[in-house]
Design a protein around this ligand. Structure first.
Ligand SMILES: Nc1ncnc2c1ncn2[C@@H]1O[C@H](COP(=O)(O)OP(=O)(O)OP(=O)(O)O)[C@@H](O)[C@H]1O
Ligand SMILES: [Mg+2]
Length: 223
């Protein structure tokens, strides 16, 4: 079993995100300071519109902060060109966006082999087995929402990333299925040593140890 380490996998220093459109300035994130330890399990919780998706996209380097620093494995990504940030994403970060995002014309195994460096069906099947999905040839439109979520989680692991980010992974699921997805993530956190960071607006508390980050209006309240 992997215990959380004493060093940060991800660190945010004074991060702001301000969206501007014609009439409005929207401070989606205001001076965020937080860190996520290697091998830790982290839940970012807050109501709709508080900035959870913005924060997870900034941690995942698919969006840049207006101000502030994002460090991944101690490397400051903020001043790097997107090309370097892309290589950090490729090497370190697996993301599960809100909704399924599986490619409808590909079966489960093919959805996993597509983002691999070199297509490896055996590895894809092993990962699908690991997330409890054994119908390797099923297409997304034949899967339940929970099954789709399992396949998305397996896909986020194909390049051996150690940081897995998930935006509302259980948002569309009934509570029993949501619990099963959380159990799967906990199991992967412990057995594979993954750093898990997920968002939720579900008020139900889970019965295991995790770091809780409460968000309100673009800020993180002290834990
Ligand atoms: N691309 C954008 N352009 C302008 N405003 C944006 C953009 N993305 C997000 N916002 C605004 O930033 C704020 C935070 O949005 P965000 O989607 O991060 O919240 P959230 O906590 O993920 O909400 P939900 O629980 O509904 O998914 C909201 O006011 C939203 O309207
Ligand atoms: Mg969101």
């Amino acid at each position: 079993m992997n215990e959380p380490k004493n060093y940060a996998s991800v660190e945010l220093n004074d991060v702001w995100k301000i969206y501007k459109n014609k009439d409005n300035v929207i401070p989606a994130l205001s001076r965020i300071n937080c860190s996520f330890k290697e091998c830790s399990f982290n839940i970012i919780h807050g109501p709709s519109g508080c900035g959870k998706s913005t924060l997870i996209r900034i941690i995942g380097l698919v969006e840049t902060p207006s101000l502030g620093e994002v460090l991944i494995k101690c490397e400051n990504t903020s001043d790097q060109p997107q090309k370097i940030r892309n290589s950090i994403i490729r090497d370190e970060i697996g993301m599960v966006f809100q909704g399924s995002n599986l490619i409808q014309t590909l079966n489960a195994v093919e959805n996993l082999t597509l983002p691999m460096w070199s297509s490896d069906n055996k590895k894809a099947e092993d990962l699908l087995k690991k997330v409890g999905f054994n119908d390797y040839n099923k297409f997304p439109n034949e899967m339940s929402l929970e099954e789709e979520q399992r396949v998305c989680i397996a896909r986020a692991m194909v390049n051996n990333h150690s940081i897995i980010l998930l935006d509302e992974p259980s948002g569309a699921l009934h509570s029993k299925e949501a619990d099963q997805i959380m159990e799967l993530l906990l199991d992967l956190n412990r057995s594979e040593g993954l750093t898990i960071i997920l968002t939720t607006n579900n008020n139900k508390l889970f019965q295991f140890d995790y770091n809780l980050f409460e968000m309100v209006d673009g800020t993180i309240l002290k834990k």
